[in-house]
Write a protein that binds this ligand. Structure first.
Ligand SMILES: Cc1ncc(COP(=O)(O)O)c(C=O)c1O
Length: 399
């Protein structure tokens, strides 16, 4: 990094550090040879979609990987969630209990399923939905509990499953961010009534786009298959309401090739995480959120908490870094309960969620970011800290 004074920062007209931006998206690129080998299978068989050979193979491998009886693929994670909510929700009830500090469109998912999101508080340590808040939110209107895993580690799977059992309310997990994680040595994907995942290019397993549901419930698995394929059962036989959200073969080929590379990817991720751990240790005010290493972790995301020792506001910091081509992002900000929606939601005061939505950010990670770039990125952070007083004055002038 060759910046000498604050006017070398891109935000004040200096040269951009990363001319090819480095992002927080995973963007794993499996071996093209492997991807093409898989693709030849469906091409030769002329089965391009509608439960083709690669979709079936992928579903078998993913079910085995997660230790679940069934895996049903979808065109994306979004519709896998909508479908699962729709099929699992208790009839004649309207509310879904869910965290507010989570995926920016998770409330929309619930609304597409025809239900009302009811936002719960999160746990300050784990950043995941708080058990007490879920318990307090349960009423005669509760149709479903939607537990979403945070971006690192897992939510309280065991506690939530117990609450669900005691209150006879179905539980679904949004496990998009916890593909590789285990809880008490059991794989995420084997818990609750069902769990939903994404195969988007930014996620751990890259299928370009795609999603899947894991479940141990035979009936639910059948219903999901029918639902994702227009409501058809067999040929020309419409048995239920449905959508078209089938995964096609080219996406399955990419997902299979990425899946083959998964163990190596986790090792690469872990190396980057260790590098960040070492380099950030000396920077005051930035605390790297730790992966729980007593269970399995993908080490994919680099999440950092800012405290009062960091001299700039979180959003100012992001602006400066973004200008340098480091596409740092805030962590799930704004919290969902503070946003305006054009559908009904149930919100209360959630002070912990609000606080944490303002002091976390995600750093560049994944297959596109090299060790050298991580080093340069951290040098940039050191530079910002060292010249923070001058930077603040100059930012004032820009206002
Ligand atoms: C936590 C979470 N849930 C659901 C989704 C939706 O998945 P997809 O992009 O495959 O529709 C995302 C996507 O970013 C996500 O991060």
């Amino acid at each position: 990094m060759n910046k000498k004074n604050i006017y070398d920062l891109a935000i004040f007209g200096g040269e951009v550090t990363f001319s090819k931006p480095i992002s927080t998206s995973n963007l794993v690129k499996p071996s093209i040879q492997n991807f093409l080998e898989y693709s030849k299978i469906f091409y030769q068989e002329q089965r391009f979609t509608n439960d083709g050979p690669l979709v079936k193979l992928l579903e078998t491998r993913l079910a085995k990987f997660h230790g679940s009886m069934y895996c049903i693929t979808f065109a994306n994670g979004f519709w896998s969630l909508v479908s699962s909510i729709k099929l699992l929700a208790l009839p004649n009830r309207s509310e879904v209990l869910m965290p507010s500090l989570t995926y920016r469109r998770l409330a929309d998912v619930v609304a597409w399923a025809g239900l009302t999101p009811k936002f719960c508080e999160i746990n300050e340590e784990t950043l995941s939905i708080d058990l007490k808040s879920v318990e307090n939110g349960i009423s005669s209107k509760t149709a479903l509990i939607l537990g979403a895993h945070p971006i690192i580690n897992t939510c309280d799977v065991i506690g939530l499953c117990e609450l669900s059992r005691q209150n006879k309310i179905p539980i679904l997990f949004d496990s998009v961010e916890s593909v590789y994680e285990t809880v008490n040595n059991l794989k995420v994907g084997s818990f609750g009534d069902a769990e939903c995942f994404s195969l988007h290019a930014s996620k751990l397993i890259n299928g370009f786009e795609g999603g899947y549901v894991t479940t141990n419930d035979h009936n639910l698995a059948n219903q999901l298959r029918i639902f994702r394929g227009f409501g058809f059962y067999g040929q020309d036989n419409i048995v239920s309401f449905g959508i078209n959200s089938k995964l096609n073969e080219i996406h399955a080929a990419m997902a299979l090739a990425s899946f083959d590379d998964l163990e190596n990817q986790v090792l690469r991720n872990k190396k980057k995480y260790r590098q960040y751990q070492n380099l950030l240790a000396d920077i005051k005010g930035l605390k790297l959120k730790k992966f729980n290493e007593t269970d399995k972790s993908s080490f994919k995301n680099i999440l950092v908490e800012i405290d009062n020792n960091w001299p700039l506001e979180r959003d100012e910091t992001i602006k400066i870094l973004n200008a340098e081509g480091a596409l740092v992002r805030s962590y799930y900000h704004p919290a969902l309960h503070t946003r305006k929606f054009n559908f009904p939601v149930i919100s209360g005061k959630l002070p912990i969620t609000e606080k944490l939505s303002k002091n976390h950010m995600l750093f560049p990670c994944g297959d596109q970011v090299s060790d050298d770039q991580i080093e340069t990125f951290v040098q940039l952070l050191n530079f910002i800290q060292m010249f923070s007083n001058e930077i603040k004055l100059e930012l004032e002038c820009l206002k």
